[in-house]
Design a protein around this ligand. Structure first.
Ligand code: NDP
Length: 297
């Protein structure tokens, strides 16, 4: 199969490109920085614009992940605008490409996040759950909406609502390690907020599963089957690192420093279950956080 990936130099995309090309697929990576693309394995075809693809190019799958990073700084008005517009613009370009391709791709796996559901307490959220309004919801709803015209073009569209991705060298876990190394790890705020995580290679395998499962459409939660609270997450991380995890950071302090970013990404959360994947028999290698930490740390 030929797979076009946007965001192929990212934490998820780079691993996806390596995995798919290792499995014998032809990967076309849409990149913006050729220096960064050196990490991608050589059989990958690099393009810097979708205009480089002629109408008769055969593409079987598109995985659309590109976007301004969300978790690397405060959400100023300018940052929020960039977070949204980078995703909407890229998705719009992907839809335009699909419109002009002679032969349409079979599936578009379009990025989204569990932030689509908004902030919740302990309620269990599956793909049929409703949403609460907040910036994360606004972003994910706009991102999913931008991909919807692909459905009218006859493409199967899966909106992959990705959880907190755990892997080595990057992602949010790397940022969590530093306080633990100094013995300052601990829960954020009450620690009762839910963290719906997924181990990165499980997410990659889920994307491959989505590609190969023709009747899977619409929202699909990309999270492991056993989400945990922030308190449990920090306890498990401390256990794995043999470091204390008792240094609680007050929510008020985080809120004062981090504003909406802290409210939604650090102090808020959602308890998400991957119902669609589980109901079809997808098997996660890492169902428990302990198993994921053993693999990556
Ligand atoms: P990264 O930040 O690691 O990678 C982002 C990718 O998007 C990079 O390839 C980057 O290119 C590209 N990119 C950034 N800004 C733009 C832009 N303005 N125009 C075009 N391309 C751009 O993200 P992840 O791999 O971690 O995540 C992939 C997607 O999944 C993201 O959209 C993210 O929001 C979403 N997601 C990720 C989660 C996670 O825990 N990792 C959780 C939920 C959702 P370059 O290398 O040139 O900067």
């Amino acid at each position: 199969k030929t797979v076009l990936i946007s965001g192929a130099t990212g934490f998820i995309g780079s691993r996806l490109a390596a995995s798919l090309s290792g499995a014998g697929h032809h990967v076309i990576a849409l990149i913006r920085n050729p220096a960064k693309a050196e990490m991608l394995p050589p059989p990958v075809t690099l393009i810097t614009s979708l205009d480089q693809l002629a109408a008769d190019t055969q593409i079987d799958t598109i995985v659309n992940l590109a976007g301004e990073p969300i978790g690397n700084g405060l959400w100023s008005e300018a940052k929020r605008a960039k977070i949204i517009s980078s995703r909407i613009d890229m998705t719009g370009e992907v839809v335009k490409l699909i419109a002009r391709l002679d032969r349409k791709p079979e599936v578009l796996v379009s990025g989204s996040a569990i932030g689509w559901y908004g902030l919740w307490a302990d309620q269990v959220l599956t793909e049929s759950a409703k949403s609460h309004a907040c910036f994360s919801h606004e972003l994910c709803a706009a991102w999913e909406k931008a991909a919807r015209p692909a459905e009218e073009l006859g493409v199967r569209v899966v909106y992959l609502r990705i959880g907190l991705v755990l892997g080595t060298e990057g992602g949010f876990i790397t940022r969590m390690l530093t306080p633990f190394e100094f013995g300052l790890g601990g829960p954020l705020g009450t620690g009762r907020q839910w963290m719906s995580w997924i181990e990165r290679d499980d997410l990659i395998r889920l994307i491959a599963y989505v590609m190969a499962t023709p009747d899977l459409t619409g929202p699909v939660n990309g999270t492991a089957p056993i989400p945990v609270t922030n308190a449990k997450f920090t306890e498990e991380l401390g256990r794995r690192l043999h470091r204390p995890a008792v240094f609680r950071i007050p929510g008020g302090l985080l809120r004062r420093i981090g504003g909406g970013f802290a409210d939604e990404l650090l102090l808020g959360g959602q308890r998400v279950l991957p119902n669609k994947a589980l109901s079809r028999g997808f098997v996660f290698r890492h169902e428990t956080l302990r198993s994921a930490f053993e693999a990556i740390l």
